[in-house]
Design a protein around this ligand. Structure first.
Ligand code: ADP
Ligand code: MG
Length: 356
């Protein structure tokens, strides 16, 4: 071997050596870029709300279109504002006849009734006549008279929704079903299912604040969801980390109107027919099920802190974070484990509640 050859070998060796770590970095960078390339995002308006999709997958664009189609399909079955939806047909036939329901509508009516019972009727899918009386589904809002509420409240009993062999029947004329407090959660479960079926390991969707995180972020870290500050739309109170979980928030601060200086929001206490005044600003539920999270965020908001914590102690297949009018952020034990409270200058204090 002559000197020249050794030199070249040596040089090549050296180049390969440094090239080796360079290449590792380059490969990593390439992978990152690929992941970014595979990051597909879309925003759409459906079910009366803004929906966003982030899907990390090489076929992300097509998969998002499939997800949107699934949401439209559900909207056309479940929405009270779609003329020929199952729910519209059911409501139009109240007190008159039983109507054939698509299997998704059946499932949701059944779930809605069951969860309503479980929550002591804090959640009520038959609350619609009262919601309408407040004008929350119309352009004009107004405070209904007590007289009017007294005639409507007997029409809101979910036991009067009869489900039998694929058909549904509202027993009393004037009854109506409103799936506004459950349909987006259900849709988020269906979308998550669809994404997983398509082989997506990393995605996050938000259907009007009903968030579902599929898998983890591409780097393996959990998805982070900000807990909104109910008093300031531009602020948040902390970050919730999730993996294959739903996060849903309900609060009176989201939809309301003002009359004579008083605010009236869209979450109705079925016991009174009035917007729930429970001392809470918001309730956030973390659960494997988007459907349950949607229902429970509404129901626990109606219950108020004390009853809601008792409900959590009793059932426990979900976690919750409450923001109270008194300025406290309160997390259940399991929620505390995945929640990073950020007080900053928003004046909230934080505490955790242990499972008894
Ligand atoms: P949003 O739909 O704004 O995210 P929620 O999930 O809390 O809020 O659902 C509130 C909607 O559900 C209302 O707009 C109304 O249509 C309906 N609703 C109001 N009060 C109740 C209740 N106690 N039980 C079931 N549905 C309710
Ligand atoms: Mg809800």
């Amino acid at each position: 071997m002559n000197l020249k050859k050794i030199l070249v070998l040596g040089l090549t060796g050296a180049i390969l050596l440094t090239g080796c770590s360079d290449r590792r970095e380059a490969a990593q960078q390439m992978l990152e870029n690929q992941k970014m390339e595979n990051r597909h995002e879309a925003t759409t308006f459906a079910m009366d709300t803004v929906m966003t999709f982030t899907v990390i997958h090489e076929d992300g664009d097509e998969i998002i279109i499939d997800a949107e189609q699934e949401i439209r399909r559900l909207e056309n079955l479940l929405s009270v504002t779609v003329e020929n939806s199952d729910v519209s047909k059911l409501n139009a036939a109240a007190g008159n006849e039983a109507i054939e329901m698509h299997v998704d509508t059946q499932v949701l009516l059944q779930k809605g009734k069951e969860l309503g019972e479980k929550t002591g009727n804090a959640f009520d899918i038959a609350i619609s006549p009262v919601v309408k009386a407040w004008g929350f589904t119309e352009a004009e809002h107004s405070v209904p008279s007590q007289e009017k509420l007294d005639t409507l409240l007997p029409l809101t009993d979910p036991d009067d929704i009869l489900l039998d062999s694929g058909k549904a029947y509202l027993q009393k004329e004037g009854m109506a079903v409103d799936l506004g407090g459950i349909a987006k959660g259900y849709a988020s479960d269906k979308v998550a299912e669809l994404l997983k079926e398509k082989g997506v390991a990393s995605a996050i969707v938000s259907l009007g604040g009903n968030v579902y995180g599929v898998g983890t972020k591409p780097d393996g870290e959990k998805w982070e969801v900000a807990l909104a500050n109910p008093l300031d739309a531009n602020d948040y109170c902390g970050l919730i980390s999730i993996e294959n979980q739903a996060v849903v928030t309900s609060g009176g601060y989201q939809r309301y109107f003002e009359e004579n200086g008083k605010k009236y929001h869209h979450i109705i206490d079925p016991a009174t027919g009035y917007p729930a005044e429970s001392g809470l600003l918001s309730v956030t539920i973390i659960s494997d099920s988007g459907t349950e999270a949607d229902v429970l965020s509404t129901a626990l908001y109606v219950m108020g802190l004390e009853k809601a914590l008792a409900f959590w102690q009793e059932h426990g297949d979900f976690e919750a974070i409450f923001v109270t009018e008194a300025g406290e952020v309160i997390a259940t034990e399991g929620a505390d484990a995945c929640f990073e409270f950020e007080g900053r200058d928003n004046d909230f204090t934080y505490r955790m509640v242990e499972r008894g």
